[in-house]
Design a protein. Structure first.
Length: 266
């Protein structure tokens, strides 16, 4: 089953200090991606080196103080492979999927909030491999998927929606549901949170609604468990009663404060 085409343009919102490419050339940040996707001969050229390149990046990400350059290099490589859909390179990358995912998840779940978290989440969800090769790692990818849906980046939210849609369309519910069971309540709440009109600045409300429709009854199974809701012990605006007397005199009676007062008296 083929991995879906990449969903990114050459000027990603996740790439800082990017320059807008001209009509006849690629920006410096995406030159590597353009070269790989444009020339089919790149597959044979990269085949002996892609695994060594990925392993070197992973090793450096663990050792250097600032791994941003290596993280971005992996992003350019993963995007290029997803665009070109190189079958030979996909097979070459399979042996390093496990260590690659281990390194990325270590960065993602580390004690420090890293500035590259969004890029690391993207790398987790765009691993250059067929779905059949990613199936053993699907439960570990549920957490990056949740982070993508809860992200403030619209590009990352779209990636999360499309990744979840691809899983739902391609996998049997009996297989997929146990893989996402650990984060299923938060995942469904994240989808429901996207249900906002486009006029309010939420561009993916319709897409989230479509996704909930595909999930069917599964999108409401989490309601069987009690939800963790935010509440204030002393709300600023509790239950209020408006008393109106003729001709037009009105009194606002805050019942929560009245109850608190009676408890104090008693």
């Amino acid at each position: 089953m083929p991995w879906p085409r990449t969903w990114f343009g050459t000027g990603s919102a996740l790439s800082p200090n990017r320059r807008r490419p001209s009509r006849n050339s690629c920006s410096s940040s995406s030159r590597f991606s353009c070269a790989v996707s444009k020339y089919s001969s790149c597959e044979a050229v990269l085949s002996p080196h892609v695994v060594a390149l990925v392993e070197s990046c992973l090793k450096a990400m663990k050792e250097v103080d600032d791994p941003s350059a290596y993280v971005r290099l992996l992003r350019y490589l993963f995007r290029a492979l997803a665009q070109a859909k190189f079958d030979l390179l996909y097979r070459e990358v399979v042996p390093v999927l496990q260590p690659c995912l281990d390194t990325l998840l270590t960065m993602l779940h580390g004690p420090d909030t890293h500035e590259l978290n969004d890029t690391v989440v993207e790398l987790c969800l765009t691993l250059p491999a067929r779905l059949s090769s990613i199936l053993p790692h699907l439960p570990r990818l549920a957490h990056p998927l949740l982070r993508a849906l809860k992200s403030t980046s619209s590009e990352l939210q779209l990636l999360g929606l499309r990744t979840l849609e691809f899983w739902v369309d391609s996998l049997n519910p009996d297989f997929l549901d146990p893989c996402i069971a650990e984060v299923e309540p938060q995942l469904m709440l994240a989808l429901w949170a996207l249900l906002k009109p486009q006029q309010s600045g939420a561009p993916f409300g319709a897409k989230a609604l479509q996704m909930l429709g595909k999930l069917g009854g599964r999108s409401r199974c989490f309601l069987r468990e009690p939800l963790e809701l935010e509440a204030k012990q002393n709300p600023e605006h509790g239950l209020r009663l408006i008393l109106t007397f003729k001709p037009e005199t009105s009194f606002l009676v805050p019942l929560d404060r009245c109850i608190q007062l009676m408890r104090t008296i008693l």
